[in-house]
Design a protein. Structure first.
Length: 604
């Protein structure tokens, strides 16, 4: 794009020449402009929105150095490697920096050639280091994963507290970047980092249209996960599990099915965790079965799927976890399994925790929002975005848009179920309630006399699966709750009483046969390329893997999947055509252009 005078603006020129990108992602242009104008900036963008570019690009427009604070050494190193591949003079300074690298950094800083210096927050503990920084005359400070400064954020780091002092002392504009959007975190970032100044805030939409969304009731979770992964051979993905044991078990089952799977959880020692994370990041087609400990610093752009084998604890956690898929903007699939047991456990966990009452109430509300999403009547993305305060139309990329369920008047059904709960004294779980509804008398039911109550057998016309699904929907609609203190007993809420009184109609969903079949497959159909392109893409990927190994960098640092897919589809024949491909900037064209042109030529 060009400015009014028809000339390319300096930032656009850098975008194309250095990064090989034809356009900004939504929001990036405004943030870059504000940074270049010397404003303080607080930018909240969804994972994969392209935050790094917002501070990397301004660093290449002005003449002075940009300092970036980043929480993880591995993350800094990968970013520096990627920048260098693009021909940018960048460096990372941490406790892991080798002495000769350190000397080199001092040299290029002195010569004024260094554009970006990444530093780990723990460096700020050293007075001498801060003095040195202050003497450099830097252009601006960029703080990545800025929620680390907040006790409300998920990844609070005490080292980050020193940042506020440093920022005040340097007296340069500060850009703070995070994907965490809640009010408390945002307020604390501003208070701690901007010392009374008001940063210009940019809050980017939360939509990630390339992520497909799907939920499935938990039937046989291991089977469901294996089917989902088997439908995506060779893809990298994450399978989140509630506990370490479950993660171990899942990885073992995946390995048995021939998948290159690893486990990751907080019970492993630090070296082992780093080694596994590196294997995941650098490898192709590695699947990580992990607990939520696998989180920060997972910035591999080509994670093609995320499965949540157990229900996450809130809608925020849901979005953060699935958000680790598809950062590169290419299609990526997500699947969340949930069952009534998950819901009961999650409620109990909140109740048993030692958080103050108002926090517990908030946690229950966040969990309820997730359940409402799980049982959403129509487009899931609409429900999700509505929670984050955004209006949207039906997305076409969720299970409910693709296979809309049949909507039925569920008033009578709900009344039957609620009265079964009441007449059994609101003391029983879903299995018992369904058995009573269907008129299935076993010893326990007879002993309790539940085969004598009026609702016994009134719902015999419907299958067990239907009843289970309706109970979950009623739970999500808030017509009943699960009482953690009474061993998971289902109870009728105020809203449920309205339904019983007949003052409130209820709409429920019925699984259509098509939806059931799709749910069994667990997979949305994968978009396919032409077979010749597919063969070429494989060859390009093989070449990329070799080059990445030689340079000891992750494959995506050489070229992103998107670049290779474009090469396979467009088949550039000359260096200038190659330079048109997404992600091929001047440095990469020079370094890899001929190699990849040769692969394309050989493919004919
Ligand atoms: P975030 O930190 O916001 O999660 P990243 O900065 O890691 O996201 O960017 C995610 C991916 O998007 C990276 O692979 C990056 O190269 C790519 N990207 C960023 N900006 C653009 C753009 N303008 N056009 C195309 N791809 C982009
Ligand atoms: Zn949808």
């Amino acid at each position: 794009m060009r400015d009014a005078a028809g000339a390319t603006t300096p930032d656009r020129e850098v975008l194309a020449r250095v990064f090989g990108f034809h356009d900004y992602r939504p929001g990036q242009g405004e943030i870059v402009a504000a940074m270049l104008a010397g404003e303080d900036v607080l930018a909240i963008m969804p994972t994969g929105g392209g935050k790094s570019l917002c501070y990397q690009l301004p660093a290449l427009v002005g003449g002075r150095l940009t300092v970036v604070i980043s929480p993880l050494i591995a993350l800094m190193q990968d970013q520096v490697a990627a920048l260098r591949e693009n021909g940018v003079t960048a460096a990372a300074l941490s406790s892991a920096t080798a002495p000769d690298e350190r000397d080199w950094i001092l040299d290029v800083v002195r010569e004024g050639r260094l554009r970006l210096l990444y530093i780990a927050p723990e460096r700020l503990a050293s007075e001498r280091f801060c003095d040195w920084l202050a003497g450099l005359g830097i252009a601006r400070l960029a703080v990545d994963e800025a929620h680390c400064i907040s006790q409300w954020g998920h990844d609070f780091r005490p080292d980050y507290l020193r940042l506020g002092e440093l920022a005040a002392r340097l007296g340069v504009p500060v850009g703070a970047f995070t994907a965490t959007a809640d009010e408390d975190t945002r307020a604390e970032i501003v208070r701690r980092l901007f010392a009374g100044r008001r940063p210009r805030s940019f809050i980017r939409g939360f939509d990630r249209p390339n992520l497909s969304l799907a939920f499935q009731p938990k039937a046989s979770p291991r089977r469901q996960v294996l089917d989902f992964v088997a439908a995506r051979p060779g893809q990298s993905g994450i399978v989140y599990c509630a506990t370490r044991d479950r993660a171990e078990g899942m990885a073992a089952a995946l390995r048995e099915a021939g998948v290159d799977a690893l486990t990751y959880h907080a019970g492993l020692d630090a070296d082992e965790r780093t080694a596994r994370q590196t294997r995941f990041t650098r490898g192709e087609g590695v699947v990580m079965a992990a607990t939520v400990a696998f989180g920060m610093g997972v910035d591999k752009p080509d994670v093609r799927f995320v499965v949540q084998a157990d229900l996450p604890k809130s809608i925020e956690a849901y979005y953060q976890e699935i958000g680790r898929a598809g950062r590169d903007g290419l299609p990526a699939d997500t699947l969340t399994l949930y069952g009534a047991d998950d819901i009961r456990l999650a409620r109990a966990r909140i109740d048993e925790g030692d958080a103050p009452p108002e926090r517990k109430r908030a946690d229950h509300a966040r969990l309820s929002a997730l359940l409402a999403l799980a049982e959403a009547p129509a487009c899931r993305r609409q429900t999700l975005l509505a929670y984050f305060g955004e209006a949207a139309g039906p997305c076409g990329n969720c299970d409910l848009c693709r296979e809309p369920p049949e909507r039925i008047d569920g008033t009578e059904i709900a009344q039957m179920a609620l009265s079964a709960m009441l007449r059994t004294g609101e003391g029983f779980g879903a299995g018992h309630v369904v058995a009573v509804l269907r008129g299935e008398a076993d010893d326990r039911i007879r002993r309790l006399g539940h085969d004598q109550i009026r609702t016994f057998g009134v719902g015999a016309a419907h299958g067990r699966g239907d009843w289970q699904a309706w109970l979950r929907q009623m739970l999500a609609l808030g017509l009943c709750t699960i009482d953690g203190e009474r061993g998971g007993a289902w109870r009728v809420t105020e809203a449920g009483w309205e339904v019983l009184r007949g003052t409130q109609p209820v709409e429920l969903k019925r699984e259509t046969p098509a939806r059931k079949a799709a749910a069994r497959k667990g997979a949305l159909p994968a978009p396919r390329m032409a077979p010749e392109d597919e063969a070429l893409l494989r060859a390009l990927k093989a070449r990329r893997a070799e080059l990445a190994r030689e340079a000891n960098v992750p494959a995506y640092v050489v070229f992103s999947d998107r670049s290779l897919i474009e090469m396979a589809a467009r088949r550039p024949a000359t260096p200038s055509q190659m330079g048109e491909v997404h992600g091929v900037g001047a440095a990469k064209l020079e370094r890899y252009g001929d190699t990849f042109l040769a692969v394309i030529r050989e493919a004919g």
